[in-house]
Structure formats: structure tokens, C-alpha cells
Design a protein around this ligand. Sequence first.
Ligand code: NAG
Ligand code: NAG
Ligand code: NAG
Length: 232
Amino acid sequence: MVQLKFLSAVATAVTALLPGVVAAPDVIGPEPRGRTSTENAIEARQGGYYFQNWSEGSSNIRCSNGAGGSFSANWNSKGGFVCGKGWQGGGARTIKYSGTYNATGPGYLAVYGWTRNPLIEYYILESHADLAPNEPWTSKGNFTIENEGTFEVYTSTRTNKPSIDGTRTFQQYWSVRTEKRVGGTVTTKAHFDEWAKRGMRLGGHVYVVMAVEGYTKTGGPGSSGSASITLG
Ligand SMILES: *[C@@H]1O[C@H](CO)[C@@H](O)[C@H](O)[C@H]1NC(C)=O
Ligand SMILES: *[C@@H]1O[C@H](CO)[C@@H](O)[C@H](O)[C@H]1NC(C)=O
Ligand SMILES: *[C@@H]1O[C@H](CO)[C@@H](O)[C@H](O)[C@H]1NC(C)=O
């Protein structure tokens, strides 16, 4: 935690010095998926797992850290949040999980991670409520992983948005299951390989979590729901 706070402070200081990097506006509510800092993005570590409990805006979200690889979330929110559990480092992993997910409004159940150099925010969507991206999505076709499912691939660009390294412009990569499910196995390498074939390069893995996310599109509805997920 001390180290994370230090990194966060450095990131903030560097950002402040860069001309042309516009500070994120003070956002109440509509900003989805923003990350104010590593400090609040990754709150705690438990039993070798990372627990993520991040929120912004007028979030009414209860994100609970369970034993081992479990977590749960209940929300009725006009803001944004990410609640999840996973690992620092990420990289190629076979992620098994089970549980429940019941949501309305913009939001996902996803394997969610970040890389640096390049700075990438990525999602492998297992299920979702409203698919309502705030940035336009560029389609990169689809692919099928045997015994796992078919996925559509998208990229999007976040311009001067909060990231794990402060306010940056960066790419988002998306794999979206054509058939939603809650529970199963996600082979992250299969997605990374398919993304690479499409020129979607990843950098050094920072963390990956199985996560529930809800957000509010500008002028749109908030999200509500509940989820209870266990890894392994
Ligand atoms: C999650 O974050 C919120 C807001 O900072 C906090 O009130 C809550 O106690 C946190 N929950 C856990 C389980 O850490
Ligand atoms: C999901 O939530 C809705 C609205 O709260 C509720 O009516 C429904 O029974 C829930 N479904 C499941 C499977 O829990
Ligand atoms: C996958 O892409 C092919 C070729 O563009 C298209 O014909 C097909 O409908 C797509 N399938 C899904 C499930 O999106």
C-alpha cells in the first residue's frame, strides 16, 4: 500500500508537469470507468488476491470483500464503480469463476485489466446489462474459442481520462461474448492472441480482476443490481 501510494503520488506529479495533459474535470456522476489513482483502484490484498473497490460520483454501491477469491456487490447508483477480485500482474491466466450477476443500466461482468507501455484498459465481457460505451467502438470482427464461446472485438479511445497513471489518452480493448453467461473459464491468453492478430498490442500487465462495473452515461440512467462472484 505504501508503495502504491508512492507510485500514485509520482503519477500525479508527472501528470501535473506535462503540458497539454488536461486535468480531468471534477466529475460528479456521469464519468464512467475513470480511474483516479492506483491508490483507490486497488484497495487491499487478501489471501494472494487483489480486491478492487473503486467508485466515483454519487455512487450508492456496497462492494464487499469475501473470503478467498470471493466478493459481492449491491448497487443502485448514479455514479460509477468497479468491484472485483483478482491478481496483481495479470498476464496469461486461466480464470475460473462462478456466481450470480443481475443488473440493469450500463454495466458489465468482466475480466478487467490494465497494462503499461502501452497503457491499455481491457475488458473480456462475460455478461452485461446495457452495452452503452461512452466512446465510439471500432469493430475488429469476431473469433471463437473452442469450448468457451464466440466473442466480438472492439477498440475505443479514451482521451484525457483518468487512468492508473493519472490523466492520459489511451486505448481500450474489448472482447464481448455473443452469448452472455455467468460462470465458467476465461482463458485470457486466447483473447490476447486474438487481439495481437488485430494489431491490438498489450504492454506489461499491472493487474487483472474479475469485476462488476456499473456506470452512468451522460444524461442517461444509472445502474442497479447485485452480484456475488467466487474465483477458482
Ligand atoms: C469500498 O469503498 C467505499 C468508499 O470509499 C468504502 O466506504 C467501503 O468501506 C469500501 N469497502 C470495502 C469492503 O473496503
Ligand atoms: C434480478 O433483479 C430483478 C429486479 O430487482 C428481480 O425482479 C429479479 O427477480 C432478479 N433476478 C434474479 C435471477 O435474481
Ligand atoms: C463474425 O464475423 C463474420 C464475418 O464478418 C460475420 O459473418 C458473423 O456474423 C460474425 N458472427 C458473430 C457471432 O458476430
